[in-house]
Write a protein that binds this ligand. Structure first.
Ligand SMILES: *Cc1c(COP(=O)(O)O)cnc(C)c1O
Length: 377
């Protein structure tokens, strides 16, 4: 890049949002945290901020939660934990859900991260890290109560329990497990996992217990134990699918109109001409596509003034064509914003159109979006 364009950049204003704008309401995150806490009574409430806070910005979310008194966070990777520690300081406990992979023990220990110990291998590596660093290292022991994903199976719990040196140098601050079917309250696996969890944790050194994710909180107090670990509900995802969402929406996604046009009857629309117009049709092309994480096969709509503007033709990499015939003529112009996720079309509805869950919609959303945070503490 030459000198002139560099100078140009130095004086540039805040960049114009070319594509979509993702607005993240941190006041809503805080309100959602308060709602969960109210449900939990004396049970403490952590914040799960893995995958960069479900795509919404782990540091922003963690700071907002800290302002509500949250002092325990869960990430998935050591790298996520190291970044979070740098941003939020030494006070809060940060657990690494996937555990500490071989070779990352020193990084994890030096950032004061707490390992989630999922296996005897992870246990012995953490014990060795404690010996090598001369520190008492914090940890949660995760037991597999019936999901078969992460955590020690009963045989490993028994073997750790029978070894008096197993936890040498390790401060076990939590015994935890994860529910496979918490979003299906009638599923028998919930009660089976709860019972298995009680049995497994009774074998281990006494420590506070944690079983519930967002949906688990809504299974009742028997699932609350000492610490709950919600993620989804904090971000406005409905923890009670099929029932009204008890949480406030957190994200709003708006996309920018690039151009509008009117076409006559018999005209092919978009790649593959998958649509040929039956009538004169008003169109708007918006700057959002599958490269922004909007699923190509998600046949959804946009909204303006509460009017539904269906997608027409295929979703492209960087753009989508809308049928805006139901809007008054001249209502939409280049540069106007249309609602993609918001009051007219919820995150959970978009997930339904995409054939996926809201978790995946959030974590797929846009590296090209301009992000705006409301209610920054
Ligand atoms: C992701 C995760 C959570 C949070 O789950 P939500 O359904 O988003 O509330 C809690 N515990 C563990 C072990 C997880 O992996």
């Amino acid at each position: 890049m030459n000198q002139i364009s560099l100078e140009h950049r130095a004086v540039a204003q805040e960049p114009v949002a070319e594509g979509a704008v993702l607005t993240i309401d941190l006041d809503a995150v805080r309100e959602n945290y308060r709602r969960l806490k109210a449900r939990l009574g004396a049970t403490r409430c952590a914040g799960v901020v893995k995958a960069d806070g479900y795509g919404l910005g782990a540091v922003h979310v963690a700071r907002a939660l800290a302002a509500e008194g949250c002092d325990t966070f869960f990430v998935a990777h050591v790298g996520e934990g190291v970044s979070l520690r740098d941003a939020i300081g030494a006070g809060p406990t940060i657990y690494v859900l996937n555990g500490v992979p071989p070779g990352a023990e020193r990084d994890a220990a030096s950032s004061g991260l707490a390992a989630v110990i999922n296996s005897l291998e992870q246990l012995s590596a953490w014990r060795k890290a404690a010996r090598d660093t001369g520190l008492k290292l914090p940890a949660a022991v995760q037991v597999d109560s019936g999901m078969s994903r992460l955590g020690m199976p009963a045989s490993q719990v028994a073997s750790a329990a029978s070894d008096p040196q197993a936890f040498e140098g390790i401060a076990v601050a939590l015994v935890m497990s994860h529910l496979a079917c918490a979003d299906e309250p009638a599923h028998p696996a919930n009660e089976a996992q709860r019972v298995a969890f009680e049995q497994l944790r009774a074998m281990l050194p006494p420590a506070p217990a944690s079983l519930a994710n967002s949906s688990g909180i809504f299974l009742g107090t028997a699932f609350h134990h000492q610490l709950a670990r919600p993620g989804a509900a904090l971000y406005g995802i409905n923890p009670t699918p099929g029932r009204d969402n008890p949480m406030l929406p957190v994200v709003r996604l708006e996309a920018k109109v690039i151009q509008t046009r009117s076409v006559s009857e018999g005209v092919g629309i978009g790649y593959g001409h998958t649509v040929i117009t039956n009538d004169a049709t008003a169109l708007a092309t918006i700057s959002l596509g599958y490269a922004d994480g909007w699923r190509r096969r998600a046949a959804a709509s946009a909204y303006v003034d509460g009017v539904r503007l269906p997608f027409i033709g295929r979703v492209s990499m960087d753009s989508i064509i809308l049928d805006i015939s139901d809007l008054p003529e001249g209502r939409l112009h280049a540069g106007d914003m249309v609602e993609m996720i918001g009051p007219s079309q919820t995150l959970d509805e978009v997930a339904g159109f995409s054939g996926t869950i809201a978790y995946e919609v959030l974590t797929s959303l846009g590296h090209r979006f301009q992000r705006r945070y409301l209610g920054e503490p």
